[in-house]
Design a protein. Structure first.
Length: 539
């Protein structure tokens, strides 16, 4: 069952649809759209069809309503537009002003339905493209939920870290004490006042002591024998912390002990996610010590090791590479087959063929790799040649890369485009595999919460999905990593669910393949726990 939902001020028009997009009965007007969605979700579990998850779903989440499935016309439309040769820009984050749908302009339900039917026609009977549309739409739901829920984050722990590294927060907005002190020490080391943030002043300061520089980048000055160098490197580290993740960042992006960036699925041409604000897909080391699970909860973090090489094996079907990808460490059998057991050479060769490093030492390694794994190497080399000719290549499920610009045809770099298309076919397919894992895991966690709620209530009555978020929730997703926040008692189930979702994603994408996608899993209340197992101070 499918239900088209089109907001109309504080109401919504609901149209029941068959799988082919034909209407079933007349459209109805829901005076309370949230209540209507909650009831249908509880009783019918439909696939919702709407214009843009990022603009509609947050209104439902605010009222405690979650849905299982949808068809996101904006996300799917962007995929289809790129396949047709034109790109679309990801939608802006939802405006969460008071009111349910008042931040969005009203659309014509007939026009929205026509767009859905057009998309169904474009997809046709292409099973892979149907799967991509479903996975991309599920990713939209997950992104909205992660944006709404936020990542558990101890504001007090981060403040303590800032105080330790930068000193007490200046009330007047002036530079923090640690940076002021370093500036003074740097100036003393040079014997005169120098602004450490000015490359021009630094080049002149070094020149006055007989050191000629063409750049003041860290890798250039690190080996210079001068007392100012370690101070400059320290100043840069602390300046970056202050600017990127200092007190202003904390005030803006952390609320109620949750880090709340806005996740944007499909924002990269390969299908990878991006984020708006706060660096949501990049959790630098200084922040990780403050990512702390709620009391009684823990994190289950898992990432897929050697994801892109394994994707290449599954796509190419190369017997030797498939066999290598059926082991825990893909590089070891590749090394044994082509490089006399030298794992480092195997890794350089495999990554080189994925990213187009085919000159110098990599050229000889590639020749040896091609001899043992011709099918795998041929797949990406054919994609590279297609890109050099100005052709469009596609991922396993059918996501298309952008076509060349008009300027490229007259003055473009063919080799650069070949390197892009070479990697696109694998990277975009890896993004699809990760989306399938995310969609499956999201469903498993919701089902787990519902079963837990039924058991704890002592009745057989079904509970709504919003109950599940008090148990297990997805709180982070980045390319090949997922993080679940769950009760300690449920951590083993969550770890098993991640492994099962990885297997389900592999079967959905590649059928009965011998390629394995092992998930390296860690269970800990502290996301930033060190390899040695030490824990940062808790609240």
């Amino acid at each position: 069952m499918r239900v088209l939902l089109v907001p109309q001020d504080e109401q919504a028009v609901l149209t029941y649809l068959a799988d082919d997009g034909s209407t079933q009965g007349d459209p109805t007007v829901a005076e309370d759209p949230v209540a209507a969605v909650a009831e249908l979700e509880r009783d019918e579990r439909p696939r919702w069809v709407w214009e843009d998850t990022s603009r509609i779903y947050p209104r439902l989440l605010e009222r405690g309503v979650r849905v299982r499935r949808c068809h996101d016309l904006a996300l799917v439309g962007a995929i289809l537009a790129m396949r047709a040769g034109s790109a679309t820009v990801p939608s802006a984050p939802a405006d969460l002003r008071p009111g349910l749908f008042d931040a969005n302009p009203n659309s014509d339900p007939a026009a929205v339905l026509a767009e859905y039917r057009r998309q169904l026609r474009d997809i046709g009977d292409d099973r892979a493209l149907h799967l991509l549309a479903a996975a991309e739409s599920a990713g939209g739901l997950a992104a909205a939920e992660m944006t709404f829920d936020g990542l558990p984050f101890s504001a007090s722990a981060h403040r303590r870290h800032l105080d330790t590294m930068l000193g007490a927060r200046p009330l007047d907005g002036s530079p923090p004490p640690a940076l002021v002190e370093l500036e003074n020490q740097i100036s003393s080391a040079f014997g005169r006042r120098v602004n450490p943030a000015s490359p021009v002043e630094l080049v002149a300061a070094f020149a006055r002591v007989g050191i000629e520089l063409t750049s003041t980048r860290a890798h250039v000055i690190r080996d210079i024998d001068h007392p100012a160098v370690p101070l400059l490197l320290r100043h840069r580290d602390l300046s970056k912390l202050h600017a990127a993740n200092g007190w202003a960042w904390l005030d803006t992006w952390v609320r109620d002990d949750r880090f709340r960036p806005v996740y944007v699925p499909g924002a990269v041409v390969s299908g990878r996610w991006a984020s708006r604000g706060g660096g949501g897909l990049q959790i630098p080391k200084p922040l990780r010590a403050s990512v702390i699970a709620d009391p009684g909860y823990t994190f289950v973090a898992a990432d897929a090791g050697q994801l892109e090489p394994r994707i290449l094996a599954a796509m190419s079907g190369d017997p030797g590479m498939v066999a290598a990808a059926g082991t825990a460490d893909l590089y070891a059998p590749v090394a044994a087959a082509s490089f006399g057991g030298d794992r480092s050479h195997a890794k350089v060769a495999v990554l080189g063929v994925l990213y187009g490093a085919t000159s110098g030492e990599a050229r000889g390694l590639l020749t040896r790799l091609r001899a043992s794994f011709p099918g795998a190497v041929a797949l990406v080399e054919e994609a590279a040649r297609a890109g050099e000719r100005g052709e469009v290549v596609r991922s396993w499920l059918g996501r298309a890369c952008p076509p060349p610009t008009p300027q490229w045809w007259s003055a473009g770099d063919a080799h650069a485009r070949g390197r892009f298309t070479r990697n696109f076919v694998v990277q975009a397919t890896a993004a699809e595999w990760a989306l399938c894992l995310l969609a499956d895991l999201r469903g498993r966690l919701a089902g787990s919460g519902a079963r837990r709620s039924e058991h704890s209530s002592g009745s057989g009555a079904r509970r709504s999905d919003q109950d599940s978020r008090t148990h297990s929730e997805l709180v982070f997703f980045q390319h090949d990593e997922v993080v679940v926040h769950c009760p300690v008692a449920d951590s083993e189930y969550a770890a098993e669910a991640i492994a099962e979702s990885a297997l389900a994603a592999t079967r959905l994408m590649f059928g009965d393949t011998a390629v394995r996608f092992p998930m390296e899993t860690r269970i800990d209340r502290f996301y930033g726990v060190s390899a040695a197992g030490s824990e940062p101070d808790s609240d």
